[in-house]
Design a protein around this ligand. Structure first.
Ligand code: UDX
Length: 445
């Protein structure tokens, strides 16, 4: 496994749990040293335990020596980063290509070189070219095997996938991939064998479609607020249509994370390059940006037009629960705007501080929601961590200077807020507005 980042580590750990012998390589010696001691830098439920039991069984090892890792391997996975390149929105493939060349130099016998990183259409053929150019004598095939892991549920997603996608163009490589995923096939999880380009396309199309579902419901939510509808009911009524499905129709502050923003932007670029602009995806990106910014207005409206000098308690800053990942989190748009507007911001997040501390300067980090809301003028829920779902709203409201609630994940209802004596409440897509300028439905007693 070349690259012991999120995807590489989760995949390597899970493959070893299938009974394979796995060597995870990374250039970062500190990371490897920590992993050798069973220390995982990322927060992913279940990962530590699966890692530990496979290290103990001797199936899973870590190294900074690529040659040793590749020596004799049946399959070599490329799981290095493909960040969005600054300026042009392209996926930066320099790490993938450098890995391909390094692997080529280290090959000792026939191996399947599998790309797990999300790469633009055509990249796998380029990987093959790089390997061939570096080592004309090497015996290998390239395979595209995109991952569909959700952060926070990655182990389960790996062990019980909706499908495994394998872009493969030789029977020999297909045989190796069949062996690699054998435990899943035995349990009847579907596998889609296809060509390289289609496998690459599936990943982008799937993620862009999911991002579209989210942006669609977020835009519907904004309209619900104006016409007096409740987006939760609307999503439920829509989602019961089997052709639509009820998943990914939760309105909120916009999507973030390592995949949707990066992959939608890369797909838009690929479309432009080929003269087939992906107008829907381009719009999805714009709507998501607007959605995040719309959340700032909600807080401002709730706070009578200004947050200057006000204390705001924020629950949740990671892009979603069960992760410590802050990449493209809505909090990174909302909180700096509040701080810039003169607010004192107190943040509670079970795992957000590690990354968030540097990204959100000027905020106070607390551990307890009740301490954070004491004397506050507004309570803002940005990430739906389970521990925020059953708070004693009455206790919160009574300790606040002004009991206002902006529940941007819709985990409480207006009635809950009302019963707890909040003086103002706003959710997403569920606040009938009397006037366009008044985002707040007062719920004074
Ligand atoms: C996603 C894909 O689900 C996964 O298949 C892919 O491989 C990587 O990208 P991930 O980014 O970990 O996984 O999180 P996901 O659970 O999909 O959520 C993404 C974002 O969308 C989060 O910010 C989440 O809050 C938001 N979201 C999701 C909504 O706002 N509403 C929804 O209904 C669902």
């Amino acid at each position: 496994m070349v690259g012991a980042g999120y995807v590489g580590l989760v995949s390597g750990v899970c493959f070893s749990d299938f009974g394979h012998r796995v060597v995870c390589f990374d250039k970062a010696s500190e990371k490897i040293a920590m992993l050798e001691h069973g220390e995982v830098l990322i927060y992913e439920p279940g990962l530590n335990a699966v890692l530990a039991r496979n290290v103990e069984a001797g199936r899973l090892t870590f190294t900074t020596d690529l040659t040793a890792a590749v020596d004799g391997a049946d399959a070599v996975f490329i799981a290095v980063g493909t960040p969005t390149r600054r300026g042009d929105g392209h996926a930066d493939l320099s790490y993938v290509m450098a890995a391909a060349a390094d692997i080529a130099r280290a090959l000792t016998s026939y191996a399947v070189v599998v790309t797990k990183s999300t790469v633009p259409v055509g990249t796998n053929r380029k990987v093959a070219e790089v390997i061939r150019a570096t080592r004309p004598d090497a015996a290998f095939d390239v395979v595209s095997n995109p991952e569909f892991l959700r952060e926070g549920a990655a182990i389960d997603d790996f062990m019980k996938p909706d499908r495994v996608v394998v872009g493969v163009e030789s029977d020999r490589a297909k045989g190796v991939m069949g062996d690699v995923y054998r435990p899943l096939f035995l349990r009847d999880f579907p596998i889609v064998y296809t060509d390289l380009e289609s496998a690459e396309m599936i990943k982008y199309a799937a993620n862009a479609f999911l991002a579209t579902k989210i942006s669609f419901i977020n835009e519907i939510a904004a309209l619900c607020e104006r016409v007096g509808a409740d987006v939760k009911s609307v999503a439920k009524g829509m989602g019961l249509d089997g052709r639509i499905g009820n998943k990914f129709l939760h309105a909120g502050p916009g999507y973030g994370g390592s995949c949707f923003p990066k992959d939608t932007s890369a797909l838009a670029r690929i479309g432009q390059e080929h003269g087939v602009p992906q107008r829907i995806t381009e719009t999805v990106i714009a709507v998501n940006d607007l959605t995040k910014r719309r959340m700032i207005d909600k807080v401002l409206d709730l706070c009578d037009g200004s947050v200057n000098g006000k204390t705001i308690a924020v629950l949740g800053v990671t892009f979603k629960p069960e992760t410590d990942d802050m990449r493209d989190a809505p909090s990174l748009t909302v909180i700096p705007a509040l701080v810039g507007g003169g607010a004192r911001v107190r943040v509670v997040d079970p795992h957000g501080a590690r990354e968030g501390a540097a990204l959100l300067p000027g905020v106070d980090w607390l551990d307890d929601p009740y301490a954070a809301t004491e004397g506050a003028d507004c309570l803002l829920i940005l990430t739906e961590w389970n521990q925020f779902r059953a708070l004693d709203l009455k206790r919160l409201a009574s300790s606040m200077t002004h009991a206002r609630l902006a529940d941007l994940r819709n985990i409480y209802d207006r009635a809950d807020a009302l019963a707890a004596r909040f003086i103002a409440y706003d959710g997403v897509g569920r606040t009938p507005q009397a006037r366009p300028t008044d985002a707040t439905q007062r719920v004074a007693e």
